[in-house]
Design a protein around this ligand. Structure first.
Ligand code: ADP
Ligand code: MG
Length: 600
């Protein structure tokens, strides 16, 4: 068979197969062109999920009459002026493929007027056929209208989803780009209904947060931490949701690299790593991360729609993302707990997924570093583990805890224990209900992690070593990991067939059910894959030990013990969630209690 050059129209349709997957892809390309043209205002009109009409209008530079035919020609672009290098691209587009691709599969009109011209001009392309240029009227800027998408490629048309689904994708695209450029006004109208009108008047930070809150729900404002960090010339800014503010999909994770919305597996993995052990499995945090990477460390030309990028220093970026998220979450300590409030009673907090969200209804308690210092002095008085051989244990007299001191303690003063499971405490402006088991589990876990990191794990010798029967497979398992377990303060050795001998246990755990502990560890080890790093595996085991040793629901605590637990929570990183990502406490503001009783 002969080798032939394909006709231009067919080439464009083939390219369209990559660039235009669905109406939202057209919207993305057109908005990117508007952004690149220096627009301050971009308006998007959609009819029938984009199948009937997509119109994107801007007040950017416009395209002059002579260049209109070039704009729809393949590999013609105004964005690369230096032909030798691709390394310093600072526009969203550069491939010169979008307009010819779109024109080949739909009916497209471009109407544009440049500055200092009295006249606008229009060019039409119908399924690849270019019609003569005509005079038109409009202000400086450009409209691109796309009708009957995929009419020229019936196979693609069959893959169109319902207008509702396509509208969802379109909204997602607009939101992402609007977050990337809070300095531009965006207006989106779907079937005549204006969905948003985002103004550029706010500061960059406030603008991004406002745009983010518009899609994830306004309660995000009260459930996030601000991220700002820098390493080796790479900057990371953004908003990260509290672990308890989680969702069933990762849809609300917005990632940007140099003002370009991206989908990136490495960044997704870094996010997962950062929230590991803070969020229940199968749930996803909400966040917007904005990375600024020097352009010589970045390749943006790896994907036809430029949705992916390649970094030359993955390790640094991953470290920066994981490190800064974990640092800010743990520094925020108990503040990141879900404050259940009225939301718990179902009267608030439906988000657009129809899920119940965790609504903070009161002002978030502020803890100053002074408070933290005061409280951390109390941390050694662990009422529950009762490692009584620990010389550091002091007893602080907290029984005389007076109301006037509540302001110093965000989690308030314990008033009662109910059902031997929950501590009810009074704060300055409300009440807090603590799940004692969940809270203590996190306290023990964080302390174990700290000791592990600092290499200061203390173990406690058992007066009588305990023989535990675990079965031969498990015994083998333990035999191979004696050293790792030793690092955790668990001194264990093979005994007879299928049996092990436990000589020492981590001091932090106190004496508990040793057989149960060993069994948990074996179970844990066997499901952890070989790919997990040693330290990750050790953390997992810490978590399971902490759970095992923690004060169980059902245990009676006196007032002194309850207050000590509250003070430790205040001083413990991540104490808003237990190790399984469930909240350790909920908070009800007085105002909301009053609302519940109809007093307001
Ligand atoms: P690319 O964006 O990769 O250059 P496109 O096919 O998307 O390729 O656009 C081709 C050219 O048309 C652009 O380089 C730009 O010069 C011009 N253009 C497209 N849209 C606009 C717009 N909204 N305003 C001004 N110029 C535009
Ligand atoms: Mg483009």
């Amino acid at each position: 068979m002969k080798i032939r050059r394909l006709p231009e129209g067919l080439v464009n349709r083939i390219a369209a197969g990559e660039v235009v997957e669905r109406p939202a892809s057209v919207v993305k390309e057109l908005i990117e062109n508007s952004i690149d043209s220096g627009a301050r205002r971009i308006e998007i009109f959609i009819e029938e999920g984009g199948q009937a009409l997509i119109r994107v209008s801007d007040d950017g530079s416009g395209i002059n009459r002579e260049e209109l035919p070039l704009a729809i020609e393949r590999h013609a672009t105004s964005k690369i002026q230096n032909y030798t290098t691709l390394s310093e691209i600072d526009t969203l587009g550069f491939r010169g493929e979008a307009l010819p691709s779109i024109g080949s599969i739909a009916r497209m009109a471009i109407i544009s007027r440049v500055k200092n011209s009295q006249q606008a001009w229009r060019i039409n392309v119908n399924g690849g056929d270019v019609l003569p240029i005509e005079p038109a009227a409009r202000a400086v800027g450009t409209d691109v209208l796309v009708r009957d998408i995929f009419f020229a490629t019936p196979a693609r048309l069959k893959f169109m989803k319902t207008p509702k689904t396509e509208n969802g994708h379109i909204t997602d695209v607009v939101v992402r780009l609007s977050m990337a450029r809070p300095d531009i006004d965006f207006r989106l109208t779907l079937n005549g209904r204006q969905l948003f009108n985002l103004s550029s008047e706010l500061s960059v930070d406030e603008g991004r947060l406002t745009r983010l809150s518009r899609v994830v729900g306004n309660d995000f404002r009260k459930n996030n931490l601000v991220l700002k960090s820098e390493r080796e010339g790479i900057k990371l800014n953004g908003y990260i949701g509290f672990p308890s503010y989680n969702r069933s999909t990762s849809q609300h994770q917005y990632l940007f690299v140099n003002k370009r919305p991206v989908h990136d597996k490495m960044l997704n993995g870094a996010l997962r790593g950062a929230y590991r052990d803070l969020i229940p499995s199968g749930r996803h945090p909400v966040c917007a991360l904005f990375l600024e990477v020097p352009s010589h460390l970045l390749d943006v030309n790896v994907h036809p729609t430029k949705a992916e990028v390649r970094f030359s220093n993955i390790g640094t970026i991953r470290g920066l993302v994981v490190g800064s998220i974990r640092h800010s979450l743990s520094a925020a300590g108990h503040r990141t707990a879900m404050a259940g409030g009225v939301g718990v009673f179902g009267s608030l907090g439906k988000n657009n997924e129809g899920e119940k969200t965790n609504t903070v209804i009161n002002k978030t308690s502020k803890i100053s570093s002074k408070d933290l210092r005061t409280q951390s002095e109390l941390i050694n008085t662990d009422p529950i583990a009762r490692s009584s051989d620990n010389p550091e244990v002091r007893t602080n007299d907290l029984d005389g805890f007076h109301e006037q001191e509540e302001k110093d303690y965000p989690l308030g003063a314990a008033r009662a224990q109910v059902h031997a499971t929950y501590i009810v405490s009074q704060t300055i402006d409300g009440i807090v209900i603590v799940d004692q088991h969940a809270a203590h589990e996190r306290i023990v876990y964080e302390r174990m992690k700290k000791e592990l990191e600092e290499g200061t794990v203390k173990s406690q010798i058992l007066l009588i070593p305990e023989v535990v029967e675990v079965g031969s497979e498990a015994a083998n398992f333990i035999d191979n990991r004696v050293k790792e377990l030793g690092a955790l303060g668990l001194i264990i050795e093979p005994f007879g067939p299928g049996t092990v001998l436990v000589r020492e246990v981590p001091a932090i755990l106190g004496e508990g059910n040793i057989k149960g502990l060993v069994q948990d560890i074996v179970d844990n080890f066997s499901y952890l894959g070989a790919r997990d790093t040693l330290i990750e595996r050790l953390y997992e085991i810490c978590a399971s030990m902490a759970c095992h040793s923690s004060v169980r629901a059902g245990r009676l605590l006196n007032n002194h013990e309850m207050n000590q637990l509250l003070r430790q929570m205040e001083a413990t990183p991540n104490s808003g969630q237990c190790n399984h990502g469930r909240p350790t406490y909920i908070e009800l503001a007085l105002g909301d209690i009053e609302k519940l009783f109809g007093r307001r």
